[in-house]
Design a protein around this ligand. Structure first.
Ligand SMILES: *[C@@H]1O[C@H](CO)[C@@H](O)[C@H](O)[C@H]1NC(C)=O
Ligand SMILES: *[C@@H]1O[C@H](CO)[C@@H](O)[C@H](O)[C@H]1NC(C)=O
Ligand SMILES: *[C@@H]1O[C@H](CO)[C@@H](O)[C@H](O)[C@H]1NC(C)=O
Length: 326
């Protein structure tokens, strides 16, 4: 996921981990969303992200940046951060004014949303590339490329009009160019450096199995739950001995509140074929020691536990009741 992890993994694991477990690109970007309810009312929201990890929020009441981690300031000075904050404040207020002013001319019908995603991407820890994309009501509208504003196909004639306006403004173009070429890459690198303890941490997943009867008679849906791992790249597969079960279905990797991840991987099988299947988990935190859980084994342990615990609890309750009586 992070290039630092990439290097780390390569050193520690000698590249032994499957290719899809590492990702060499990382981006830092801001998401600025403005919702326009009517001629006189708009709401602005902002956040910044390192790939999937939110690093900053925006307090729109006070117009200030919220630093979500101890390392969210990177190595930027207070002055630089205050300038950045001011830039965002000006952006939101100017945008709101201009949009309200030109809404009817551009045939923007209230209510509508304008969303800007702007930042830079680091490739293999070396070169960076800036990007800025604008969406109108969730559809691509325009973008900034090679110092020019370019309309998207979906944006139509309205996007063309907005680009014509923006391309006449050398000031805005210069600011955006400076931002994506200088400020963003510097901030990205310094965040990766300042946050490396957090970003390079390795947290082992917990793995458990479950099943539910399928609609079709005699079939089972086996689920392998993998929870609490970090970083995000992971490989999970249902196996029959050494054979990958290609019908394995992988869900979305979902976030936990603490920044770790959860994944559920399922396999639809005939009930009598379930014995002998296993769920195999490969993750950087496990080094080369994959976790392998066999279907049936885990269940029988639970069954044994239940068989012991349920009578025990009943016995205790009975004893307590009798004591009360006497
Ligand atoms: C990283 O970015 C480069 C350049 O855009 C691209 O060719 C490559 O496929 C990307 N790698 C991953 C793993 O996304
Ligand atoms: C504009 O929208 C806001 C938020 O929905 C609402 O509270 C307000 O009454 C609306 N004003 C007008 C003039 O419609
Ligand atoms: C901040 O970090 C960046 C990237 O790591 C580096 O290029 C820059 O020199 C650093 N600036 C200061 C003032 O330390």
């Amino acid at each position: 996921m992070l290039f630092l992890q990439f290097i780390f993994l390569d050193v520690v694991l000698g590249g032994s981990i499957t290719e899809n477990v590492v990702q060499e690109n990382i981006s830092l970007y801001g998401m600025l969303t403005s919702s326009y309810a009517n001629q006189s009312w708009a709401q602005n929201r902002g956040s910044a992200w390192l790939d999937d990890l939110q690093t900053h929020g925006w307090d729109s009441e006070s117009g200030t940046i919220i630093f979500l981690h101890t390392w969210s300031r990177g190595n930027f000075s207070n002055k630089e951060l205050v300038d950045l904050q001011l830039l965002i404040r000006v952006y939101f207020s100017e945008l709101t004014l201009e949009v309200h002013k030109r809404a009817s001319q551009l045939q923007f019908k209230y209510p509508f949303d304008i969303q800007v995603r702007a930042g830079c991407e680091l490739h293999s820890g070396k070169t960076t590339k800036g990007f800025l994309n604008v969406a109108f009501n969730g559809l691509n509208f325009l973008s900034f490329q090679n110092k020019l504003w370019v309309p998207s196909l979906e944006g139509g004639i309205r996007a063309q009009k907005v680009c014509d306006l923006l391309n006449n403004d050398e000031g805005i173009k210069a600011i955006e160019y400076y931002f994506e070429r200088d400020v963003c890459p510097r901030f990205l690198l310094s965040l990766l450096d300042a946050g490396k303890m957090d970003l390079q941490r390795q947290v082992r997943p917990e793995v458990w199995l479950s099943s539910s009867p399928n609609l079709e008679l005699g079939r089972l849906l086996l689920a392998c739950h993998v929870s609490g791992f970090y970083p995000k790249p992971i490989w999970v597969m249902w196996m029959q001995d050494a054979q990958e079960q290609l019908e394995t279905k992988q869900g979305d990797i979902l976030p936990h509140a603490d920044g770790t991840w959860y994944l559920r991987v399922t396999l639809d099988v005939a009930a009598r074929e379930a014995a002998g299947l296993s769920c195999r988990v490969r993750h950087s935190s496990l080094r080369d020691q994959d976790i392998i859980l066999y279907w049936g084994h885990g269940l029988s342990v639970i069954m044994i536990a239940l068989a012991v615990i349920v009578p025990l609890v009943l016995l205790i309750v009975l004893v307590l009741l009798c004591k009360k009586r006497w």
